[in-house]
Design a protein around this ligand. Structure first.
Ligand code: NDP
Length: 331
């Protein structure tokens, strides 16, 4: 059956937020392809997740050169989906990619040189069969490359038409201020910063979120569900098909402690009183921050994606609910 997107995909009220002080609005929930879109993953499920995401108004798909496994495979998976069907709706999509982590051998396959970034972007475009990406990120701050060079490469990507906007990811607050000033001077302002943020990882509250607000840069926060720990995924042990069971490189079984599961159950009880799933409440919680434009989730099945997208139905919190959450997190 040829894919036809849902005609009601843009009907959810409040589903889009302006990204910083830019002209672009992003969906409050975006789909990341870090896991579940590689070679070992079922291509039909991958395609179904992407289709369902777009049907639900999720216009933003987040990638990086190294997502897989193996590196590059997630971009190839999306490239096939774009070629076969979704590509017809390219003007309704915000597709991002990044360069900075290890991608290929030798001195140019990682970090922040102009050589590395621009070569990587060309590779990403080929894998996704795209003429341009919407956002090109420097994936991490490189302390050994002049920031002028890294930001110059992002600006070049934009000026050449291979990217529409520049972004940075995992940059500390001070380097973010410097990067923003450089990009502004180059005429290609920083659209978005991508940091990790969840109830279990609140480092960005120590300064970065305030910096982003002042700079007019949107935050697209990643791993808002703490890779699955802020969901019901581990309530009955570690399922063989869950991330901690299947690909423990980034979430080890040892991290799924009894304490973590007990805390998740307490949070789940609060979420249920609100009429939400735990995943939905965890997403609403990061989105309560004015600096946060979008929460980038991962999903291994369509039902998870649907659950997450429905978080947009209830984003507000009563003060007492926030206090209850704080208490549960301290426990
Ligand atoms: P999440 O914290 O959203 O974790 C996603 C996982 O949680 C899923 O794979 C699934 O686990 C589980 N899950 C999701 N929804 C539900 C649900 N409703 N109910 C139960 N379980 C659920 O984010 P990720 O860690 O996957 O990261 C998201 C994206 O962020 C990445 O794809 C990437 O685009 C970006 N990212 C960026 C980084 C950077 O350096 N810039 C680094 C890391 C991520 P399971 O697979 O076990 O079913």
């Amino acid at each position: 059956m040829p894919y036809t997107p849902s005609p009601t995909r843009y009907d959810t009220p409040g589903f889009y937020r302006r990204c910083g002080r830019s002209g672009v609005r992003l969906p409050v929930i975006a789909l990341g392809l870090w896991h579940n879109f590689g070679v070992p993953d079922d291509p039909d499920t991958a395609r179904a997740i992407v289709h369902r995401a777009f049907d639900l108004g999720i216009t933003h798909f987040d990638l990086a050169n190294n997502y897989g496994p193996p590196e590059g495979a997630a971009e190839e998976t999306l490239g096939r989906i774009l070629r076969d069907d979704l590509g017809r709706w390219r003007d309704e999509l915000i597709i991002s990619t990044k360069a900075g982590y290890y991608m290929w051998p030798g001195p140019y396959g990682e970090w922040g040189s102009r050589k590395s970034l621009l070569a990587s972007l060309d590779q990403s475009l080929r894998r996704m069969r795209l003429d341009y990406v919407d956002i090109f990120y420097s994936h991490r701050f490189d302390p050994e490359t002049p920031l002028e060079e890294t930001m110059g490469a992002l600006a070049q990507a934009v000026r050449s038409g291979k990217a529409l906007y520049a972004g940075i990811s995992n940059y500390p607050a001070a380097e973010t201020v410097r990067a923003a000033a450089l990009l502004r001077d180059l005429g290609t302002p920083c659209l978005v910063h991508q940091p990790r943020y969840s109830m279990l990882d609140r480092q960005v509250e120590q300064g970065l979120l305030g910096t982003l607000e002042r700079e007019g840069i949107g935050a697209a926060v990643f791993s808002p569900l703490a890779k699955g720990l802020l969901t019901n995924r581990y309530f009955g042990g570690i399922p063989a098909d869950a991330r901690a069971g299947r690909d423990p490189r980034f979430l080890t079984p040892a991290q799924v402690t009894e304490q973590a599961v007990t805390r998740a159950r307490q949070l789940d009880a609060i979420a249920r009183r609100r009429g939400q799933s735990l995943a939905q409440m965890a997403l609403a919680w990061v989105l309560r921050q004015p600096a946060v434009t979008t929460a980038i989730i991962g999903a291994s099945r369509v039902s998870q994606l649907e659950d997450c997208a429905a978080a947009a139905r209830l984003l507000g919190f009563a003060d007492e609910e926030l206090e209850e959450i704080e208490t549960a997190l301290k426990g």
